[in-house]
Design a protein around this ligand. Sequence first.
Ligand SMILES: Nc1nc2c(ncn2[C@@H]2O[C@H](COP(=O)(O)OP(=O)(O)O)[C@@H](O)[C@H]2O)c(=O)[nH]1
Ligand SMILES: Nc1ncnc2c1ncn2[C@@H]1O[C@H](COP(=O)(O)OP(=O)(O)O)[C@@H](O)[C@H]1O
Length: 214
Amino acid sequence: MAPIRNDVSRRGLMLVLSSPSGAGKTTISRRLLDRDPGIAMSVSVTTRPMRPGEVPGRDYFFIDLPTFDRMVDAGELLEHARVFGNCYGTPKGAVEDALASGRDVLFDIDWQGTQQLAQNARDDLVSVFVLPPSGAELERRLHTRAQDSAEVIAQRMAKASDEISHWAEYDYVIVNHDVDESVASVEAILRAERLRRRRQVGLPQFVKGIQQAL
Ligand SMILES: Nc1nc2c(ncn2[C@@H]2O[C@H](COP(=O)(O)OP(=O)(O)O)[C@@H](O)[C@H]2O)c(=O)[nH]1
Ligand SMILES: Nc1ncnc2c1ncn2[C@@H]1O[C@H](COP(=O)(O)OP(=O)(O)O)[C@@H](O)[C@H]1O
């Protein structure tokens, strides 16, 4: 898809992807980031152990519980939640810097975090829920990822129904049958949301320029 020309300055938006674990949001996010330099990923802090293949600072900042609690107390997190017995949160600074420089920020966070962003920044938020094609396919994907023990996978399957129950709180819902199709759908959402009149803060000046030349 051809990029939108940047002749009208625009306010960055916050694009949230949520799904039950294993539905494919990490895969979709990585593709979006590779294809569009206008998107910055929000890297969360977490107290959960690092998985094989994960890179600190790219996938998460891995921290201990006292450090997490200190960040909450200092107001350094935009939102935070407990998921699967571990703590997760979004550091404020990086998000604010990216938005200020006109970039969009992509968040891989759960429904609790999405609700907090909706309360604090509804105008900037675009939320997308990713569903698996079926329960059996979700379980297959959790197994093929091969990064969690059988016990952890069972725990994630048990929590899937809880996460899925929040689908109707999202602006958009996609069923992730095929990664390419899903990435194209999210790019279409992003393109339309970038063109919303209220986000194109440079429009009055741009239109004035046209009118002056008429
Ligand atoms: N609220 C909130 N949720 C997060 C954050 N970071 C990750 N999560 C969510 O925590 C859940 C577990 O993430 P993770 O342990 O990486 O496993 P995954 O589901 O396989 O991606 C997922 O639903 C993530 O979207 C965060 O900063 N805030
Ligand atoms: N559309 C898809 N079709 C088949 N496999 C997929 C698809 N999307 C993701 N996967 C695979 O499913 C597993 C879980 O995907 P991941 O992106 O880690 O999910 P999440 O971040 O939602 O937990 C990975 O092994 C990934 O390669």
